[in-house]
Design a protein around this ligand. Structure first.
Ligand code: DPP
Ligand code: ZN
Length: 874
C-alpha cells in the first residue's frame, strides 16, 4: 500500500466549484447522477488530466458538456477515474450505481436498520460518486433525493429545503441547497422513517433557528437531554467566542450503526444513537455527560471545522484538537471544572500516553499515513486539545480570544493549516511562538524531572526543571519544547501559597504563575521565600508531560491535603497511590509480601471523610490509578502483578475502612430521580464506596444486590451490576439474567450488559465473552456491539486479555480477521491493543507477535489493519 506524505501536498489541477447531486434510492440499488462544474487551476500542466476519486461503484455513463466521453479519453480504476483533455471549465455529468444495502464498511451511503444515511469523513464521499474528494475542494452543493414515500417519508441533506413533491409509483423527492461552500467530507444525506423532536433557538442577533432531532419512532422521549445540551452549546459559543449559528435549520439524526461517535456535517449532524438517546432509567450519569460533550463538540465544529476547514488530512488536529478543547471548556463551565479536568487527564493518560510510547506514535500533525482512518487518534484529538489549551494558558483567555477572532477574520470560508492557526495566535498577540511549533512536529510524551532546594539563610528556593523526550518511530532526536508551567510554592508551616518573586524581578507576581520552560535544563530561583515550601508544579496539568518531581510520601500527602489547586490535590493522591502500587508489584515479583503502610490508609481516610470537599471530587480522589496507568510507569508491564497489587490494595483499604465506607455510602443516598450535578457527584462517591465494599466480603455483595434490586436510575443499577458480575457468586448470574430480561429490547442498554461482562474480573470471562457472541442481541456488523463486547475485552480487561496462555490474543485476532472484510475501520481499532506488544514480558511478546504475524499474513487485508500490523512489527 502507498504511503501518503504531508510534504507532498500540492493543490489539485481541477477543482469542483459546484455539484448538483441526484440520488435515486431504490431497494437493492441506488442511482447517483452528479453534475459537476469543474474549473482547471491556472498554471497547471496543460496535459494534466481531470482526476476524480471514486470507488465501490459502477459507472453508467460519463458526459462532458453534454457529450458522451469516448472510452479512449478516460480510464476507471479501483480508486479513481482519469479523464484526458478537459478544458479550463467543464460540466461533467456522471451516473453511477451503488449498493447501500450491502455496504458493511459504513462509509459513504449505507443502510442502518430501516434508514439510509451517510458517513463521508474522511473519504466516504468517493463511495457515493466520483469527485475531487479532498478537504481543500470547497464546493456549493445542491442535493435531490428520490425514494419510496412509504418507507422513507423523511428525506434530508445539508442546508435549506428548497422543494419537494410526489412522484408516480408511491415515490417522492426533496431538494436541499447548502448556501455555504464545503468539502465533500461534510456532505450528508438521510432517508428513512424518522420522527423529529423539535425546538427553537433565537440567536444573539435575533434570528430564529429550527432545531430538530430525528429518531426512530419510539425514541422521542429520549431526546430532551440532547436538545437541551444543543441549546446550551449554541448559547455558550455566542457568549464565549462570539460565534453564532448560520443557517435557519439545525438537524441531528440518531443512527444505530455508526463507526464513530458523531459527525459534524453542515446543518445535518449524524450521531451514533449512543450519544443522543437518554432517559434516567436507560442512561448513566456518564452517558449524560458524554451526550452533553459530544453534542457540543459537533455543534462547535460548525465554526471550527466547517466554516474554516483543513487543507489536507495531516491538519486534522486543526479542527479536532481545537474543537475538543472547546467542548472540554464548555463541559467545564456546565459542570465542576476541576473534576472535568481530572476526567480529561485520566482519559489522556489511558489512551494517548500509551499511543505516544508505541509503534504508532505520531505528532499531533502527522507526517505520513497509509490509511487516514487510523489517524483519528487520541494524539490528534486529545493531545491536540492540550496543545490548544497551552496557547490559552500562555496567552490568557483574552489573548486566546483575540487569536480566535483573527483566525476567523482571516480564514472564514477557507481550508487552512495548523500553521495558519499558530500565526493568527501570534499576530493577534504580538507573540513569538516559534519554539511552541515543535508541539506539532514532535511525537512522544515529554518527561520532566523537577528538583528543589530551599536555602533558609538566603531565603531562596531553587527549582531545577529538566525535560527530555524519548525517541519515537522516525524521530530519534528530540528538541526541548516550550512548556507552560503553572505553579505555586506551598509553605510547609503556613500550609498556604507563598508570594512568588524570581531572582532579578523587583516585585512579587502573585502566588500562582505560569513559567515558561524552554530549555533542556532550566533553573528558577525564587527570592524572599519565608519558609520551606513544597512545590506544586504543572497545576491543572498545564502541559501534557510525565512529571517526576521526586516527591516522597510526606510531600505528596502534604499536597493532597493543602494544595490550593484541586487538580494537583488529586494528582498528588494519584502519584502517592502509583508509587505504592509500583512498590507492591515489585515486592510480589521478588516473592515478598505486599504491604500497605498505615499512612496511606490514613490519607485515604482523610479524603473519604472530608465533608468539606465535593463528593464528585472525593470520588475522583479515591479511585486508584487504573491498571493501564500503573503499567505505563513500568519498563515491562507485569499484568498479573499489577492486577494482584491493585486488588490487594483495594481489599486492604476496604477492610480497614469498612465502617467509614459504609457510612459514606449511606449518607450519599440520592432519593428518587435527580440529575443535577450535586446528585451526580453523590452517586459517584456512593458507588465508589460500593465498589470497595463489594470487593471485600459477603456483606458488600449483599449491599450491591440490594442496590441492584432497588435502583431507580441506570447509574445505580450498572454500578451494582459491575460489582456483582466481577464475582463468581450466584448473585452475579441472577442479576445479569434479570437485567437481560428487562432490557433485551433496548440495544443501548444491551451494550452495557455486554461490556460489563467483557470487563468482569472473574477468571472465566473469555469463555463467557465467546458465548455472548451467540446472544441474539449481538451482531458483529454493528460497531457498538463490537466495541461493547470485543473492544471492552481487548482494551478494558488487561488481566483477561493478556492471559498467559495467549487465549485472549488468539480470540481477538480471530475476530479481527473475520471483521476486516466487513468493516476495516472497526477491525483496525479492535486490533490496536496488539501494537503495544513490546511492553510485555518475553513470553507474552512472543504470543502477541505471532498473532500480529498471523493477521499480517491474511489475504486481502485492508489498508487499515495492514498499517497497524506492519508498523507494530517494524
Ligand atoms: N469529525 C468527527 C468528530 O467530530 C469524526 N468522528 O470527531
Ligand atoms: Zn470532531
Amino acid at each position: 500500500p502507498q504511503v501518503i506524505r504531508r510534504e507532498d501536498y500540492t493543490p489539485p489541477d481541477f477543482r469542483v466549484d459546484r455539484i448538483d447531486l441526484h440520488v435515486d434510492i431504490r431497494e437493492g440499488e441506488t442511482i447517483v447522477t452528479s453534475t459537476l462544474s469543474v474549473i482547471g487551476r491556472p498554471g497547471r500542466d496543460k496535459y494534466a488530466p481531470l482526476v476524480l476519486d471514486g470507488q465501490n461503484q459502477e459507472l453508467i455513463y460519463l458526459k462532458i458538456d453534454g457529450e458522451d466521453v469516448p472510452p479512449c479519453k478516460y480510464t476507471v480504476g479501483e480508486e479513481r477515474m482519469t479523464v484526458e483533455e478537459v478544458g479550463d471549465r467543464a460540466t461533467v455529468e456522471i451516473r453511477t450505481r451503488i449498493h447501500p444495502e450491502t455496504n458493511t464498511a459504513l462509509e459513504g451511503l449505507y443502510r442502518s436498520g430501516s434508514m439510509y444515511c451517510t458517513q463521508c469523513e474522511p473519504e466516504g464521499f468517493r463511495r457515493i460518486t466520483y469527485f475531487v474528494d479532498r478537504p481543500d475542494n470547497m464546493a456549493l452543493f445542491t442535493t435531490t433525493i428520490e425514494a419510496d414515500k412509504g418507507s422513507c417519508p423523511v428525506l434530508l441533506s445539508n442546508g435549506n429545503p428548497v422543494g419537494a413533491g410526489d412522484l408516480p409509483g408511491g415515490r417522492h423527492w426533496a431538494k436541499w441547497e447548502d448556501p455555504f461552500r464545503k468539502p465533500a467530507y461534510l456532505f450528508a444525506l438521510v432517508a428513512g422513517n424518522l420522527v423529529p423532536v423539535t425546538d427553537k433557538f433565537v440567536t444573539a442577533s435575533g434570528r430564529t433557528v429550527d432545531l430538530r432531532i430525528y429518531v426512530e419512532q419510539g425514541n422521542e422521549d429520549k431526546c430532551a437531554h440532547a436538545m437541551d445540551s444543543l441549546k446550551r452549546s449554541m448559547r455558550w459559543d455566542e457568549e464565549v467566542f462570539g460565534l453564532e449559528y448560520d443557517l435557519d435549520i439545525f438537524m441531528i439524526v440518531a443512527v444505530g450503526d455508526f463507526n464513530m461517535g458523531a459527525m459534524e456535517n453542515k446543518g445535518l449532524n449524524i450521531f451514533n444513537v449512543k450519544y443522543v438517546l437518554a432517559k434516567p432509567d436507560t442512561a448513566t450519569d456518564t452517558d449524560y455527560q458524554l451526550i452533553e460533550g459530544i453534542i457540543a463538540h459537533e455543534y462547535f465544529h460548525n465554526w471550527t471545522g466547517n466554516r474554516v476547514t483543513c487543507r489536507d488530512w495531516f491538519q486534522l488536529s486543526l479542527k479536532e484538537g481545537l474543537t475538543v478543547f472547546r467542548d472540554q471548556e464548555f463541559s467545564a463551565d456546565m459542570n465542576a471544572r476541576s473534576v472535568k479536568r481530572i476526567q480529561d487527564v485520566r482519559a489522556l493518560r489511558a489512551a494517548q500516553f500509551p499511543e505516544d510510547a508505541g509503534p504508532m506514535a505520531h505528532p499531533v500533525r502527522p507526517d505520513s499515513y497509509i490509511e487516514i482512518n487510523n489517524f483519528y487518534t487520541a494524539t490528534v484529538y486529545e493531545k491536540g486539545a492540550e496543545v490548544v489549551r497551552m496557547y490559552h494558558t500562555l496567552l490568557g483567555a483574552e489573548g486566546f480570544r483575540k487569536g480566535m477572532d483573527l483566525y476567523f477574520q482571516r480564514h472564514d470560508g477557507d481550508a487552512v493549516t495548523c500553521e495558519d492557526f499558530c500565526l493568527a495566535m501570534e499576530d493577534a498577540n504580538g507573540a513569538d511562538l516559534s519554539q511552541f511549533r515543535r508541539w506539532y512536529e514532535q511525537a512522544g510524551t515529554p518527561q520532566v524531572k523537577a528538583s528543589g532546594h530551599y536555602d533558609a539563610d538566603a531565603r531562596t528556593y531553587t527549582l531545577t526543571i529538566e525535560q527530555s523526550t524519548a525517541p519515537t518511530p522516525g524521530q530519534p532526536d528530540k528538541q526541548p519544547l516550550l512548556l507552560p508551567m503553572a505553579m505555586g510554592l506551598v509553605g510547609k508551616r503556613s500550609k498556604a501559597d507563598l508570594p512568588l518573586q524570581l531572582d532579578g524581578e523587583n516585585a512579587t507576581h502573585g502566588t500562582e504563575r505560569v513559567l515558561r520552560v524552554t530549555a533542556a535544563r532550566q533553573v528558577f530561583t525564587f527570592v524572599d521565600v519565608d519558609e520551606e515550601p513544597v512545590p506544586s508544579l504543572f497545576r491543572g496539568f498545564s502541559a501534557p508531560v510525565k512529571l517526576d518531581a521526586g516527591q516522597g510520601e510526606e510531600d505528596l500527602a502534604f499536597l493532597m491535603a493543602h494544595d490550593s489547586d484541586e487538580f494537583n490535590r488529586w494528582e498528588a493522591g494519584q502519584a502517592l497511590a502509583r508509587k505504592l502500587l509500583l512498590g507492591m508489584v515489585a515486592d510480589r515479583a521478588d516473592g515478598r509480601a505486599m504491604a500497605v503502610p498505615d499512612s496511606f490508609v490514613a490519607a485515604f481516610r482523610r479524603v473519604l471523610t472530608d465533608g468539606e470537599a465535593a463528593p464528585a471530587f472525593r470520588a475522583q480522589a479515591l479511585a486508584l490509578p487504573s491498571e493501564g496507568d500503573i503499567g505505563e510507569a513500568m519498563r515491562t508491564i507485569d499484568v498479573d502483578g499489577i492486577h494482584a497489587a491493585r486488588e490487594h490494595l483495594r481489599r486492604h483499604l476496604a477492610g480497614k475502612l469498612k465502617a467509614e465506607l459504609r457510612a459514606t455510602y449511606d449518607s450519599m443516598a440520592v432519593p428518587g430521580v435527580q440529575l443535577d450535578g450535586a446528585a451526580i457527584g453523590k452517586r459517584a462517591l456512593r458507588n465508589l464506596c460500593l465498589g470497595y465494599l463489594a470487593g471485600l466480603d459477603a456483606d458488600g455483595l449483599a449491599l450491591a444486590e440490594a442496590q441492584f434490586d432497588s435502583a431507580e436510575v441506570m447509574t445505580d443499577s450498572v454500578a451494582a451490576l459491575v460489582c456483582l458480575s466481577d464475582s463468581t457468586d450466584a448473585a452475579g448470574d441472577r442479576a445479569l439474567a434479570t437485567f437481560h430480561q428487562r432490557w433485551r429490547h433496548d440495544p443501548l442498554v444491551m451494550d452495557k450488559w455486554f461490556s460489563i461482562q467483557a470487563m468482569a474480573k472473574r477468571p472465566d470471562t473469555l469463555a463467557r465473552v465467546k458465548a455472548l457472541m451467540g446472544d441474539p442481541s449481538f451482531s458483529v456488523k454493528n460497531p457498538n456491539k463490537v466495541r461493547s463486547l470485543l473492544g471492552a475485552f481487548a482494551a478494558g480487561n488487561p488481566v483477561r486479555f493478556h492471559a498467559a496462555d495467549g487465549s485472549g490474543y488468539r480470540f481477538i485476532a480471530d475476530q479481527v480477521i473475520a471483521l476486516d472484510p466487513m468493516n476495516p475501520q472497526v477491525a483496525a481499532r479492535l486490533f490496536s491493543p496488539f501494537a503495544r506488544w513490546r511492553r510485555f514480558d518475553e513470553a507474552r511478546q512472543a504470543l502477541l507477535k505471532a498473532e500480529i504475524e498471523r493477521v499480517l499474513a491474511t489475504p486481502k487485508l485492508s489498508k487499515d489493519v495492514y498499517e497497524v500490523a506492519s508498523k507494530s512489527v517494524a
